[in-house]
Write a protein that binds this ligand. Structure first.
Ligand SMILES: [Zn+2]
Length: 584
């Protein structure tokens, strides 16, 4: 028994220490023709250069790639341990479509990968693409948003969401290259580059070395647009502009938290319209509120580059007529507040940032500006707080933000009515483990709140109203409201009611560094302690591995169908814009 355990322990240690031979891009990568990417071979041992053989479709690789890779005799790990030899070839581009089988041999190490290099039709199908990303958008968010916003009578919805009527649909697999689970960096990066990657990575394959910005790069859609078209680029979000989702449009880093550098990556691309939060990383270090550690003043740099700056809804409105063609809106030092707080409850940080524009206004302004370009545009719009409020299980804030996201989709559909050469895509990056299971009815007898949860026939219909017809419920704390629960959670107090005083903070750190239920909610009427089913290192609910639903309409949308990998979506965007044929 002891021998077996020792052997098991030894093999575990070996498996932990040993890196498999790796080739980037990974096997089954699909690569847009002529799009630059970095090729890297990671060997598990040190090999003299002469002992390393790399062929492409049976011929020495340099014949196909046109140039030799840099040989690194000994790549070092974080603890200076030697990881093995490597070959790196930056900015490779393959101009011939077809199948490329790369075979690596060095000593007893072998690795074979096959890539598919694809072209696109020569004629673009669409002039504009509007790509809507509901962060964490799951089926339950949509169902809850439809019921809360439109109501339901005798089992039929009294109205529809704008996203309900997009005519093409696909299920999207969101898993990352090293795990079935995923985050907002690698998921959005797969949409925006056509390559899957590892959790936390943007625009790169995650290699084995410690530096975060030397990893093998792939081209972002923003770079492809600059390389092959004269189109304008817009990025609109309710999060920090340098947060993972908007960052994925332009960035290359292994670590999404490289936020100060990500602002520099936006500066390199200079999207014509950038609207969101996150000014703390644009301001130089000596300005109060700055999170930079250097003296780069990106607000000044963008201004010098011709951008009109807006820091409030009023300034954004004024900037619409400025006609500079370049617009930078920074409406918060961090993430913008939720729609529920901005427009209805005035909680969160709304006291400090009282005039934040909404996602609908930002989307409309971006469309006004970008549509001035006769070559067309690519606009990414993110509803960020759907995710940011689903983590702490603040379902009212997450669902109200889903309604706001849907109203931004409605604004895009109105634009597409007069601009039918526009492809609209609406999707999430990953899901949450969330479900609507019925209602919670305060008027049921008793004190125990769990007895007031209505299921099956007993759930009936919630009592939200929308007297002013703005698409938002007049009140969220109605007596019979939606019962929405998470499948996964840290220890927390379930209070069965909307959080009227500001976003929910379900758990807090104890002296041991573990997350425990936040006692601030302990004495609320009916609150019950739920013991978590996640590791105690989790402070909130986590992402689900469940598929995302993508919907689309407009020219090119017919390519969305069945099950698709997240990285396959990029090919549809590239096809719509004919990025695989050089037009410039
Ligand atoms: Zn998330």
């Amino acid at each position: 028994m002891r021998t077996l355990l020792t052997a098991l322990a030894a093999s575990t240690i070996l498996a932990g220490a040993a890196q498999a031979t790796a080739v980037y891009p990974l096997d089954r990568a699909t690569i847009l023709v002529s799009s630059p990417f970095d090729f890297k071979v990671e060997l598990d041992a040190v090999h003299p250069e002469a002992d390393i053989s790399v062929t492409v479709n049976g011929k020495p690789y340099a014949e196909t790639f046109g140039t030799a890779a840099e040989y690194v005799a000994e790549e070092k790990g974080a603890d200076d341990a030697v990881l093995g030899s490597a070959l790196i070839l930056r900015d490779l581009a393959l101009a011939e479509p077809g199948s490329y089988t790369v075979e690596v041999k060095a000593g007893d190490e072998t690795k074979t990968v096959t890539w598919e290099v694809y072209t696109t039709p020569e004629t673009p199908k669409a002039k504009n693409i509007i790509f809507f990303l509901g962060d964490g958008l799951s089926v339950a968010h949509r169902t809850a948003a439809r019921i809360m916003s439109q109501g339901m009578t005798e089992g039929k919805a009294d109205g529809r969401l704008a996203m309900d009527d997009l005519d093409h649909m696909a299920f999207i697999g969101t898993s990352s290259t090293h795990s079935i689970a995923t985050d907002s960096a690698n998921t959005m990066s797969a949409y925006m580059t056509g390559h899957k990657s590892r959790v936390n990575a943007l625009g790169v394959y995650a290699d084995r070395t410690a530096p975060t910005q030397d990893d093998p790069r792939v081209e972002t859609i923003a770079e492809a647009l600059r390389r092959t078209t004269g189109k304008s680029i817009g990025v609109v979000t309710t999060s920090e502009l340098e947060d993972a989702t908007p960052a994925a449009v332009v960035s290359h880093t292994r670590k999404r938290s490289d936020k100060a550098d990500i602002v520099g990556m936006f500066y390199d691309i200079q999207p014509e319209v950038m609207l969101g939060g996150g000014s703390a990383y644009f301001l130089k270090s000596d300005i109060p509120g700055s999170k930079r550690k250097d003296d780069k003043d990106y607000v000044a740099m963008f201004r010098e580059a011709g951008y009109t700056l807006a820091t409030s809804a009023a300034e954004l409105d004024a900037a619409r007529g400025s006609n500079s063609g370049k617009l930078l809106g920074l409406f918060h030092t961090g993430n913008m507040d939720t729609k529920l707080d901005r427009s209805f409850l005035h909680q969160g940080s709304v006291g400090k940032f009282p005039d934040q524009p909404g996602l609908v206004e930002m989307t409309r302004t971006a469309l006004d500006e970008l549509s001035k370009n006769e070559d067309g545009f690519f606009l990414m719009v993110e509803g960020a707080s759907i995710d940011k409020m689903s983590h702490p299980m603040d379902w009212d804030r997450a669902v109200i933000d889903t309604i706001e996201f849907d109203q931004a989709v409605a604004a895009a559909r109105a634009f597409a009515e007069t601009h039918p050469d526009t492809l609209i895509v609406v999707t999430g990056d990953h899901t949450h483990g969330v479900s609507v299971i019925g209602t919670i009815d305060d008027d049921k007898p008793g004190d125990e709140m769990r007895e007031k949860v209505g299921t099956y026939d007993d759930a009936g219909f919630p009592t939200y109203t929308d007297a002013d017809g703005d698409g938002y419920p007049d009140k969220i704390d109605v007596s019979r409201r939606l019962a929405i629960f998470s499948s996964n959670f840290p220890d927390y107090y379930e209070t069965w009611a909307p959080k009227m005083d500001g976003p929910f903070e379900p758990s807090v750190k104890n002296e041991k560094g573990e997350y425990v239920a936040n006692e601030a909610y302990k004495d609320l009427p009916g609150a019950v302690l739920r013991i978590g089913n996640l590791p105690k290192s989790a402070d909130t609910a986590v992402h689900a591995v469940d598929d995302v639903v993508l919907q689309a309409t407009g020219p090119g949308a017919e390519a969305f169908k069945g099950y698709m990998e997240q990285s396959d979506v990029y090919k549809v965007l590239a096809d719509a814009f004919a990025l695989g044929t050089v037009q410039k």
